[in-house]
Design a protein around this ligand. Structure first.
Ligand code: GUN
Length: 293
């Protein structure tokens, strides 16, 4: 079994990006600039955004964090988005999700200029991805594809089961895995809360991508010997032995599944670091105007 080291790959990629940024700056360009909007104080979102800011430093990017309290109005957020859309000094920006219930996430996502949508959530980027046109790819799916590429895991003709159908992970990763590309070209089955025979379908899979947010859902009896397991889950579970009082648990019963498979991503240290790395890549592409002029 090979443990997929997402942390190492992500660090390698960030070094590659930093070298490119050094060259850009030496050539007289300004540094890529990522802005992030964070609403409220959700623990997970705070950690994600802090890690995104840290990754910007590692890559030599400028970053700006714009914070609002939970009671911010939708109108104020839309106004801030409008300012960022028009700010020529900002190459790309994200609005960290989830947002409080009184704000429509879809309305916020659609207000972002798709040319600065480095999260790849805008319908124009999602639509372009689905027909294989250049676009900002959603960060977690792009990170998963990059792991498969760097570990040279064969995907052509493979039976790939995607567990979960979220707009952020399940749907886009299923689209990328079936795209005629390498990695890709797989036969993809998307399973969700209304699916039947989940265990049997998983047991036939060469690749399982678990993105349900259900800790330990994928058990050893659901895994074919030699399968590739990509675990996207990052649920906080109580852990009194930790200073924080919690630890992250994936969607896969790692201890029992690891010994059966050929490749597996750990949680943490697998897909998570790659997600942030994909955001950095998109920001660099935005700064270089490589996708949209
Ligand atoms: N919340 C969970 N994942 C993400 C992400 O990739 N981007 C944003 N903006 N919010 C998230």
């Amino acid at each position: 079994m090979t443990l997929i080291d997402g942390k190492k790959i992500a660090d390698d990629i960030k070094r590659e990006i930093a070298a490119e940024v050094d060259q850009m700056v030496a050539d007289g360009h300004r540094r890529p600039h990522l802005a992030a909007i964070l609403v409220g104080h959700d623990g997970g979102s705070e950690t994600y955004v802090a890690n995104k800011v840290k990754a910007c430093e590692m890559c030599g990017f400028r970053s700006t964090l714009i914070r609002f309290e939970d009671d911010v109005t939708e109108e104020t957020l839309l106004q801030t988005i409008d300012e960022l859309n028009r700010d020529p000094e900002v190459d790309g920006f994200i609005v960290q999700l989830p947002l409080p219930k009184h704000i429509s996430e879809q309305k916020i996502i659609e207000a972002i200029d798709y040319r600065k949508d480095v999260d790849g959530f805008h319908p124009i980027n999602v639509g372009r991805m689905s027909i294989g046109l250049p676009c900002f790819l959603s960060a977690t799916p792009a990170g998963i594809i990059e792991l498969l590429r760097r570990y040279e895991i064969p995907t052509r003709g493979a039976n790939c089961v995607v567990l979960g159908r979220s707009n952020i992970v399940g749907k886009p990763v299923a689209t990328l895995m079936m795209q005629k590309a390498n990695p890709g070209n797989a036969t993809v089955t998307v399973l969700h809360s209304a699916s039947k025979d989940i265990k049997e379908k998983c047991a036939e899979a060469d690749i399982i991508i678990a993105a349900l947010g259900s800790p330990g859902f994928v058990t050893a009896d659901m895994v074919k010997p030699g399968a590739v397991i990509i675990d996207v889950g990052t649920t906080r579970v109580p852990d009194a032995t930790r200073k924080s009082g919690f630890r992250l648990r994936g969607d896969v019963d790692f201890e029992n599944v690891a010994e059966k498979c050929s490749f597996i991503t750990p949680v943490p240290g697998g897909v998570g670091p790659m997600t942030i790395c994909s955001l950095m890549k998109n920001t660099l592409l935005a700064a270089k105007k490589e996708i949209y002029c």
